[in-house]
Ligand binder design. Sequence first.
Ligand code: P6P
Length: 346
Amino acid sequence: MSTLSWTPPAPARLGITLETHIMEEMRGTPGATGSFTSLLNLIGMAGKLISSRVRAAGLADALGWTGQTNVQGEEVQKLDEYANDVLCTVLERRSHCGMLASEEMEEPLLLGPDPRARYVVLFDPLDGSSNIDVNVSIGTIFAILRRDGEGLGPTTANDALRPGRDLVAAGYIMYGSSTVLVYTTGHGTGVHGFTYDPSVGEFFLSHENIRCPPRGKTYSINEGNSSLWTEPVRRWNAWLKEDAKPEGRPYGQRYVGTLVADAHRTLLKGGIFAYPADTKSPSGKLRLLYEANPFAFIFEAAGGVAIDGTQRILDLQPTGLHQRTPLILGSKDDVADFEDFMAGRR
Ligand code: P6P
């Protein structure tokens, strides 16, 4: 029996690129204009550019490049600034977007009054960048909103402050042992993964219709924060580590410290990722709009669950561009166990 939570492409579907897959989805969308398709392809192109620079980052250090200027005297940008610049430059093209919001920019980038510019893209250009210098996986996270209706005025910052359930697409690009792009347009269209082949410069379909298993065997949390946790979180954590083999415990502990990597593993293999509120971060650490919401959208599309401890992440009404939230993400049965502890049922 296959233990995979996705479908390896059938022979007839080998060689399907990201562009082809997006086009297939567009054909299945009545009234599609191609703008959304083009926008998703732009994100794919940004991922290719960022991937090539991430792969060379270590080389930069090896060749004695400094943090500010390289041997040619060129200014070497920090990777997260570079990733942000690439995404802004690429997403400004073709008037698809009215606004871009990024973890790297205090204020959103408003792109002018073009009525064709219906999309708002929210992103963390390089999540986990503190892991770059130890060659640990990092990633780009994106979420896409669409402004609907006629006679719309210029996009404003408030157009970003919508609950995650309104997203029209979300995804991430993980720069790990290989570069993988995962995206969904929600609403039953499935979650699909593409692996980048730098020799031909294409993302090829590698993980079709990813489903998050209903239960996993690992939990992912920064145990270093245990003294800061609330009592229910401590009891949940201790319960997971009990020697109770007939009930599938103890769980294994995995924690990379990059949300994209910990979430990607949890999506494919099941289990639970938790960055709960604690006494140091009473609102949690992770950002709602461009970290929690996109992953919540992806996990729900794959049959998983995402809460802030008690509420569905996608129902949270944002009040600020960079607001934080606790995030509990993963298999529906594992998150249900967490909720039981938070509600005092265990
Ligand atoms: P901690 C990376 O800095 C990040 O924003 C997420 O990618 C990751 O899940 C989290 O912070 C790790 O935080 O406090 O465990 O180092």
